[in-house]
Design a protein around this ligand. Structure first.
Ligand SMILES: Cc1ncc(COP(=O)(O)O)c(C=O)c1O
Length: 398
């Protein structure tokens, strides 16, 4: 069939020649941190299921029971008729968990960031955004129509100077709390100080913080003791919570405003009720089983030491279960990922535009399912593969 978009083939070829073409792979998740890829059972180090909850029998039982009662889809947007009893219960559960008066669900974390920022920030405002913020924050900033000022990653002198000389009617600061590709944490106390000094409300995205950091698992803001100083908290249910969906927690007027004005939840079908029931159960477990995150953080520190001992380049300031291994060039990242996969470990090769040029990497994620032996075996494998000049064929690359 003749293509109506003939220029795409050329553009794809351009991506291929730069080693930036992304393959579409099919991965079957298996319990306890395993997965099936191309018929092979691999140890999965490329999932965000940090607490190993996605396959937990208690979540599956909650989802199954609700599926039988409510069916599969939610049939409408929350505003029209899609907000069931299960949605209401999850919103109340999230508000209680977060220690906030109210919470609002979104179809995904991406939709939560996009909808929240574009509903709050106005075209006359200025937004200050960390250079490594997630795409959903950046896209929300762009959609708002406000002027966007990008500051160097966690370099707050740069941000302070920009805030000082910015005369806008309203200024905002937007940041990830855990940077998704580097795994390091935002300096929230310092950001709160700037937020207060320059009356620039702080919006944080706890996508990789929820369930992992903080004595109660509420995230980095809890861990760093600044929860009361943050204007807007966004989270996702798709990572440590093991489900799907995004949420915002905060004062009732914030939630009421987003209910009325956040287009990504107003104009999109609500989450399936079964997912809400499973997420409710996951929040109970996050509260009741702090040992999951404690073990995960201890294992993350151990794994970093193993890599350091093996002379593997990581990001020194990172903490927690996201462990980047820097390989710099995109072809090198895909070659190493393919060879590590051949040896039994599934890891993600991350290339531009997801990360800046020259910083292609493996993004290794640990979960509560991994044992110390798994970590040692992966560290040894990485040392062997990265230490050698092994270069498998392009065909086997992810
Ligand atoms: C920092 C950050 N925020 C938001 C999201 C989007 O969350 P979701 O996958 O629930 O759409 C992601 C997903 O990768 C993320 O890494």
């Amino acid at each position: 069939m003749a293509s109506h978009l003939p220029w795409l083939a050329e553009k794809l070829e351009e991506l291929r020649s730069q080693h930036l073409l992304r393959a579409r792979r099919t991965v079957t998740p298996l319990p306890d941190g395993w997965c099936l890829v191309d018929g092979r059972r691999l140890r999965n180090f490329a999932s965000n299921d940090y607490l190993n909850l996605a396959h937990d029998e208690r979540l599956r039982a909650a989802a199954r029971e609700t599926l039988d009662q409510a069916g599969v889809g939610s049939r409408a947007s929350a505003l029209v008729s899609g907000r069931t009893d299960w949605h209401e219960r999850l919103e109340q559960r999230l508000a209680r968990f977060e220690g906030q008066p109210a919470a609002l669900l979104f179809p995904t974390g991406y939709a939560a960031n996009l909808g929240t920022i574009s509903a709050l920030v106005e075209p006359d405002d200025v937004i200050f955004c960390d250079r490594l913020n997630h795409a959903s924050l950046v896209d929300g900033c762009r959609l708002s129509g406000a002027r966007l000022r990008v500051y160097r990653h966690t370099r707050l002198e740069n941000l302070r100077r920009e805030l000082q000389k910015c005369p806008a009617r309203r200024r905002w600061i937007v940041t990830d709390t855990v940077f998704s590709m580097d795994g390091d944490l935002a300096p929230l106390p310092e950001l709160c100080e700037l937020s207060e000094r320059y009356e620039a409300p702080l919006i944080i995205d706890e996508a990789h913080g929820t369930g992992v950091f903080g004595p109660s698992g509420r995230g980095v803001a809890e861990w760093q003791g600044v929860e009361d100083r943050v204007a807007v908290r966004v989270g996702t249910l798709s990572k440590a919570v093991g489900c799907l969906g995004g949420f915002v927690s905060g004062p009732t007027e914030l939630v009421d405003w987003l209910w009325n004005r956040a287009r990504t939840q107003v104009y999109s079908t609500a989450l399936p009720p079964s997912v809400c029931a499973a997420a409710c159960r996951a929040i109970d477990i996050i509260e009741d089983e702090p040992q999951r995150r404690e073990r995960l953080l201890a294992a993350s520190a151990t794994f970093r030491q193993m890599l350091h001992a093996a002379g593997i380049e990581t990001i020194a300031s990172a903490a927690g279960p996201i462990v980047p291994v820097l390989l710099h060039q995109p072809d090198r990242a895909t070659q190493v990922a393919a060879e590590v996969e051949r040896r039994g470990f599934f890891v993600a090769a991350i290339r531009p535009p997801t990360v800046p040029r020259g910083t292609s990497r493996l993004r290794i994620t640990l979960t509560a399912a991994h044992s110390r032996d798994d970590l040692q075996q992966l560290a040894d494998t990485l040392a062997e593969v990265i230490g050698s000049d092994h270069a498998p064929s392009e065909a086997s690359q992810p």
